[in-house]
Design a binder for this molecule. Structure first.
Ligand code: ATP
Length: 356
């Protein structure tokens, strides 16, 4: 270890070399070995095994498409009996990585562009034409400047709009497309790990067309089926489908590929989880989020050596810290210090000094 320099010149004329000092102390020995064991355990168990420090990792490139299927029969006073198929309730027909299914609606039939009285509210009520400003945009229409009867007892401003106006009522409960809970969605997900030149789909090689035509995802019986019943998705997200269908909701489907490519590709399979993301009882501004969680790892010599090297460096740090403890904090530290640093005088230097 390093010696001690008295002055700059003296320091320049000295050479320090390491010597091994064995301290026969139970306390120092046990403490040192314990810290070394802890460091080795951390490097081997946590860094190498748990964090797979011997692998290099790659993030996924992923694409998702969906296809919804199902038929609903609804009977309303406004529309009569009607069949709703995928072209009616999936809006828009194809989205990137998501799909929208209509479950409820407020129907305002036979709307035409004409003039009608606004729905009664504190801002729309009037007693004479002076209360209604012509040309002002209100709701979905433009005011004509005339105050008209909304009912026998109420008068509101008239607007030019799509009339009759939509009634301000709660959406139907139970929802009109209550049967949407039985609709199914096929989620096709293709992934690629470019560093490892590895591709896979969630329609696994073991799945054939006849199985795909009849299967529905189930955690226990059909965990690899990529077809999901909407009710199951909502239930898995911890919600009740019929309740959520009244006002609508946003569910996130997470497809997790966590693949260890040192093992057979057979074990690299997707895991599905579901979560409602549009509900936040505390802070309801801009709710909802999404994130990806896919990673693959494969053995690589570079991260292996880097992690082993870092582990060895950590062991070196242990001896530096332990030297400090022994030389500064222990009872016999002064004695250890004297033993640790020895000063030898070069004979050549000595004889030169004697001559002069
Ligand atoms: N939403 C869904 N619900 C249930 N099964 C589905 C759904 N979407 C697809 N399938 C089944 O998965 C198979 C593969 O679907 P894919 O869309 O790849 O092929 P397709 O021949 O275009 O399907 P189809 O003509 O039946 O819509 C289909 O044959 C069908 O049996």
């Amino acid at each position: 270890m390093g010696g001690r320099c008295g002055s700059g010149c003296q320091c320049f004329c000295e050479y320090s070399t390491s010597k091994v000092l064995v301290i026969r102390s139970k306390l120092a020995g046990v403490l040192n070995r314990s810290i070394q064991v802890l460091v080795i355990a951390f490097v081997v168990l946590y860094v190498c095994l748990y964090q797979k420090g011997y692998q290099k990792t790659d993030n996924v490139l992923s694409s998702v498409t969906t296809k919804v299927k199902g038929i609903a029969l609804i009977n309303t006073s406004e529309l009569g009996q009607r069949i709703w198929d995928v072209a009616d309730y999936v809006i828009p027909p194809q989205e990137d990585g998501s799909f929208f299914v209509l479950t409820n609606m407020i129907i305002t039939p036979n709307q035409t562009q004409s003039k009608c009285a606004l729905n009664p509210s504190s801002k729309s009520m009037c007693t004479s034409n002076q209360d209604c400003k012509r040309g002002v945009i209100f709701g979905n229409g433009v005011q004509t400047g005339i105050c008209v009867h909304y009912s026998a007892s109420e008068k509101t401003c008239e607007v030019l709009s799509w009339c009759p106006l939509e009634k301000i009522v709660d959406p139907p409960n139970p929802p009109l497309l209550a049967n949407a809970e039985n609709f199914t969605v096929l989620i096709k997900n293709s992934i690629r790990y470019p560093k490892f030149n590895f591709n896979k789909r969630n329609i696994l090689p073991s799945i054939n067309s006849s199985y795909l035509a009849r299967c529905v995802f189930n955690d226990k019986t059909d965990p690899n089926c990529p077809i999901f019943r909407l009710k199951d998705i909502v239930t898995k997200a911890g919600e009740d489908f019929q309740t959520m269908a009244v006002h609508g909701g946003l569910i996130e489907v997470q497809i997790r590929w966590d693949c260890d490519l040192d093992w057979s590709e057979h074990w690299c399979v997707p895991r599905y989880t579901f979560q409602r993301v549009d509900k936040d009882p505390v802070h309801n501004v801009s709710v909802g989020y999404n994130f990806r969680w896919d990673k693959a790892g494969k053995f690589d010599i570079l991260p292996t050596f880097l992690n082993i090297g870092a582990g060895l460096a950590l062991l070196g740090v242990v001896s530096v810290i332990f030297d400090l403890i022994v030389l500064k904090c222990m009872k016999r530290s002064q004695h250890y210090k004297e033993q640790k640093y020895s000063y030898l005088v070069d004979h050549e230097l000595l004889s030169n000094e004697e001559d002069t």
